[in-house]
Design a binder for this molecule. Structure first.
Ligand code: 6R9
Length: 656
């Protein structure tokens, strides 16, 4: 990879963990030694130490038929028992599991004993509806305690959940219900979003509407509906059931049965390079081992004293692993917030941190940058002194955002863990250990103990320190996806074919190793541009742009260009104060020059478009494909997965 991406790597700031933090940290340097000495044995120890096994396993890993791995295959466990009952049996029943805050100010504190009883009732209801081992149940709920209770109840009876993000349309919901062949859908009348009730049940009704002649078999027998929004809903007698009618009436006795470690736990749909979402499938024992382990050592969970808050929705993998499974398996206390960060005021998140004394906070760079845009005055109105650890996930975090996060939210002391992983990997793969690693702004740094990461060239040859290439996982790991639901061929093609000679997992991300061997993520390889034979990362140019004081946010794409192959096209949002004082042409000119100065002339954008918004998916990822359409003067493609589908017409108009 060319020297142009050296910009990020000239970052020389280093932050050692505060000594008091290091002294009390759960994750220690010794973990790396144990894992390096015997990687498989290390995971076997973790699985045994962290989880309760109804039937202990005798074989740790079966990799005899790659890429189809089996972990702890002859062991049996119950995932929900591990997240709930065992804490109650150990005397922690009165510990708060969920500190729930509704967007409208409603509050509920739910202890481990209460959550366990609720999950048992829901498990009994689902069994009464005929749901059993291996059956699929779709969840389409807001961020309310019932969402977590539903996931755990499904896990408890050995069934498989498919959580569909509440912001998805009826069409997306329908395709996910159909692909998985769900028997029951759990939803709510509505939930609070941006200050008002946003309905959910109508989308379920629409998704399940009469399919006569459509060729699709309707598998859904029942819809279980939580009353949250209080909005009017249509009712299909015989099919629809109110949660409040059936759950409180059910027995709270339910013995957790043991299921094989490889029993599927959930399907979670994620978008791939083609249009059809992939149903990523995870199983029980390996997934729970790594979700719990990483939450413990990367987020440094001390269950008796910490208050953890991961802001992700349960509709995403981050919500699965670090809202539901990791924290509850660890017996932690966590905040669950229903609404949007800026409702009813832009300091809502910081107010919640102050109110509940959040000590560990885990969020995405896109959120951090949008708070930067609003200014530090807002968080500074609140007491954030309870925070002792910060985490980042979802996309590369540029050094400026990292430093702002550290200074303004972390009080210049809290370590930051930048965690790289994917829906497919199930749990964190690359991250600092906060009590061990000296952190570098912008780098995710090192594989966690027990995970083997490499950066390779197109032939699978390790590039060595100081070079860039493709990120691969070279050895199987416990929480790895076990397949794509109903499509084993696509599983092999997408992730394993590229490096089939080596059996490496191809992550689809570009990365570079610095001279210390630390990993710097450079964005999806589909986002890596080739300009005049030089490889440039969109992430790196974006980082340079947002490093300019006039810029609030930036997205960069490679647009095809007759002479240079690809050219850099940048879409930038300018801070209000600069917009007022400068002409758009002048700003575009100076930003072009700025990038040239920061990275090198080759990276200077051909086009700088000043826009008011960027097209983002509901999980906050910028949809570069759509920007590429604009930059290349094409008609804009499919916008249905955007959070706000109108945004592209605005951008197209502004660019023209
Ligand atoms: C957990 C999650 C996965 C993709 C992944 C990569 C990007 C995630 C990152 C990161 C740089 C990090 N990504 N974490 N890039 N640094 N710390 O986000 O899963 O929604 O499946 O996305 O997100 O490109 O390939 P998912």
């Amino acid at each position: 990879m060319s020297s142009q991406i050296d910009h990020l790597l000239t970052e020389t700031r280093r932050f050692a963990p505060p000594s008091s933090f290091a002294a009390a940290a759960v994750g220690t340097a010794e973990l790396y030694e144990r894992a390096a000495a015997d990687r498989v044995g290390f995971w076997s120890d973790q699985a045994r130490e962290l989880l309760h096994w109804h039937t202990p396993f005798t074989e740790t890993l079966d990799w005899s038929n790659p890429p189809f791995a089996k972990w702890f295959a002859d062991g049996e466990l119950n995932v929900a028992y591990n997240c709930l009952d065992r804490h109650v049996e150990a005397g922690a029943g009165d510990r708060v599991a969920l500190l729930w805050e509704g967007e409208n100010g409603d509050e509920r504190r739910i202890t481990y004993a209460e959550l366990t009883a609720e999950v048992k009732r829901v498990a009994n209801v689902l069994e009464g509806l005929g749901v059993g081992q291996g059956d699929r149940v779709a969840i389409y709920l807001p961020m309310i305690p019932e969402a977590i209770a539903s996931m755990l109840a499904i896990a408890r009876i050995g069934a498989i959940h498919s959580v569909v993000f509440g912001g998805f349309s009826a069409d997306s919901l329908r395709s996910r219900i159909d692909d998985a062949g769900a028997k029951v859908v759990i939803t709510a009348d509505g939930g609070y979003r941006k200050g008002k009730v946003s309905s959910l049940k109508p989308a379920v009704d629409q998704a399940l509407a009469d399919r006569n002649g459509s060729g699709v078999q309707d598998t859904v027998d029942h819809v279980l509906v939580v009353r949250r929004g209080g909005n009017d809903v249509a009712w299909t007698e015989g099919r629809d059931l109110w949660w409040h009618d059936v759950v409180p009436a059910a027995s709270d006795h339910h013995e957790a049965q043991a299921f094989p470690a490889e029993n599927p736990l959930f399907i979670l749909y994620t978008s791939g390079t083609t249009g059809k979402p992939k149903g990523i499938m995870h199983t029980s024992g390996g997934y729970l081992t790594q979700a719990m382990f990483t939450n413990k050592v990367v987020h440094d969970i001390h269950p008796e004293t910490d208050v953890f808050w991961c802001t992700a929705d349960i509709g995403w993998i981050t919500g699965h692993s670090y809202v539901t499974y990791g924290p509850l398996a660890n017996g932690a206390t966590q905040v669950l917030y229903e609404g949007t960060p800026d409702t009813p005021h832009p300091g809502r998140w910081w107010e919640i941190i102050q109110k509940y004394g959040v000590s560990i906070f885990y969020t995405a760079p896109t959120a951090i940058r949008s708070f930067m845009k609003l200014g530090r005055e807002i968080p500074q109105k609140f007491d954030l002194s309870s925070i002792r650890l910060l985490g980042s996930v979802g996309e590369p975090i540029n050094p400026e955002a990292w430093m702002w996060y550290r200074k303004v939210i972390g009080g210049k002391a809290a370590p930051i863990v930048d965690t790289w992983w994917q829906t497919e990997t199930g749990a964190i793969m690359i991250s600092a250990l906060p009590g061990v690693t000296e952190t570098k702004p912008g780098s995710a740094q090192v594989a966690i103990p027990g995970v083997s990461i490499e950066v390779v060239d197109d032939d699978g040859v390790h590039v060595g320190n100081g070079n860039g290439g493709l990120l691969v996982v070279t050895e199987p790991w416990p929480s790895m996806l076990r397949g794509i639901w109903g499509d084993p061929d696509r599983f092999v093609e997408t992730y394993w074919e590229k490096f089939s000679a080596q059996n490496y997992y191809f992550a689809g991300d570009g990365a570079r190793l610095d001279d210390d061997g630390d990993v710097w993520l450079l964005g999806r390889v589909d986002d890596v541009m080739n300009v005049s034979g030089h490889r440039l990362s969109t992430a790196e140019i974006e980082s340079a742009l947002v490093g300019n004081e006039a810029v609030a946010e930036a997205a960069v794409v490679g647009a095809s260009d007759e002479t240079t192959g690809q050219a850099v096209a940048a879409f930038v949002i300018i801070k209000q104060s600069y917009l007022a004082a400068h002409s758009p042409d002048g700003l575009a000119q100076s930003l072009r020059a700025w990038v040239g100065e920061q990275i090198g002339p080759i990276a200077r954008p051909r086009d700088v478009y000043i826009v008011e918004e960027l097209p983002k998916t509901r999980s906050g990822k910028i949809m570069r494909r759509l920007l590429r359409d604009v930059a290349e003067g094409r008609e804009v493609g499919d916008t249905t997965t955007l959070a706000d589908t109108a945004v592209m017409s605005v951008i197209s108009a502004q660019v023209r």
